[in-house]
Design a protein around this ligand. Structure first.
Ligand code: HXC
Length: 288
């Protein structure tokens, strides 16, 4: 299969993987789907809207890969079971899962309606549970090993103002991965989380960035840029591959050190011209 993006991996790295990716029709899920397929995986993409799923499958097939799609609302456990059945009918047994589907918006927490809170928590927390439990059941029944990834964010650990449903749900997802890493190790099922910082996508940026928020977000990244999709997809491929057999229950941050910057008292100096920063630091004289 022709390679879709730059890759540091050997051809066929994921050829023994059948990967189901939630939200695989758009954004980071689509990028992960293309990457996994380019490394030889059979890829099932699921999501609510058929059109982008079909397009992603078409792109993979055009490049010589194998893919299938199933319309599915991850909030609904029955819909998840049907999606697994449909993908497995086309591609064979699924052995890897990327929990990527998410919902989010900015809102003062006191203004959240019941349904607003429910919508995000059901997509992120219940959706991840529904898909992870379904893969786990199938793998355990078939006595097969497998892998689960969950895309969280750095605020899964710290919490975040103004995205409370997402922060609470992502924290739950992280706890889910860590709990199951212990519980399912005996079955040979590895579970890890990835905590990305800002990676531009239509879905996230149209809901979370307005005015000069985007400019301010870049300023919080010591590397002074957002992440590129390929960088996240490469991490996903690595964690799903045989290159990381002992890694489970982990949460790998990929954010150009943004989260560390935000939590460090004197991090602002890193953004000054270095000579100016040194001059400022040496100009500070304690009173005798
Ligand atoms: C307040 C809002 C709102 C907003 C929706 N709601 N947007 N409340 N402020 N901006 C409320 C609605 O009024 C409604 O409540 C309830 O949420 C459900 O909205 P619907 O539009 O009917 O639901 P649905 O079509 O299912 O959409 C789900 C969604 C939507 C979560 C609301 O945003 C969505 O589909 N998102 C999918 C894509 C996405 O969000 N991607 C970004 C992920 S980024 P009422 O009470 O009126 O019925 C991410 C990580 C970011 O997760 C990390 C950054 C570093």
């Amino acid at each position: 299969m022709t390679h879709i993006d730059r890759s540091p991996f050997r051809t066929g790295l994921l050829e023994n993987r059948t990967v189901l990716i939630t939200g695989g029709g758009t954004g980071l899920g689509r990028s992960a789907a293309l990457k996994c397929a380019s490394l030889g995986a059979r890829v099932g993409v699921v999501g609510r809207r058929e059109e982008p799923l079909k397009a992603t499958v078409g792109e993979i097939e055009k490049a010589g890969g194998r893919a299938a799609f199933a319309s599915c609302d991850v909030r609904d456990a029955a819909s998840v079971v049907a999606a697994f059945d449909s993908i497995e009918a086309s591609l064979g047994p699924v052995n890897s899962l990327v929990n990527n589907a998410a919902g989010n918006f900015l809102c003062a927490s006191e203004d959240l309606s019941d349904n607003a809170f429910d919508s995000v928590v059901k997509i992120v927390l219940y959706g991840t549970f529904n898909c992870t439990r379904e893969l786990g059941r199938r793998l355990i029944r078939a006595k097969q090993e497998g892998h689960v990834l969950a895309i969280v964010t750095s605020y899964a650990v710290t919490g975040s103002a103004f995205v409370l449903p997402s922060a609470a749900a992502k924290a739950g997802v992280l706890a889910m991965m860590r709990s199951l890493a212990v519980e399912w190790a005996v079955y040979g099922i590895r579970l890890n989380a990835i905590a990305p910082g800002p990676f531009p996508t239509e879905g996230a940026f149209s809901r979370l960035m307005a005015g000069d928020l985007e400019k301010k977000a870049v300023e919080r990244v010591p590397m002074k840029r957002f992440g590129e999709h390929d960088e996240l997809s490469n991490l996903i491929a690595y964690l799903l591959s045989d290159a990381s057999p002992y890694q489970t229950g982990d949460c790998v941050t990929i954010d150009g050190a943004e989260a560390l910057f935000s939590g460090q008292e004197f991090a602002g100096f890193a953004h000054l011209d270095r000579a100016a920063a040194k001059a400022l630091m040496t100009s500070i004289k304690p009173k005798k």
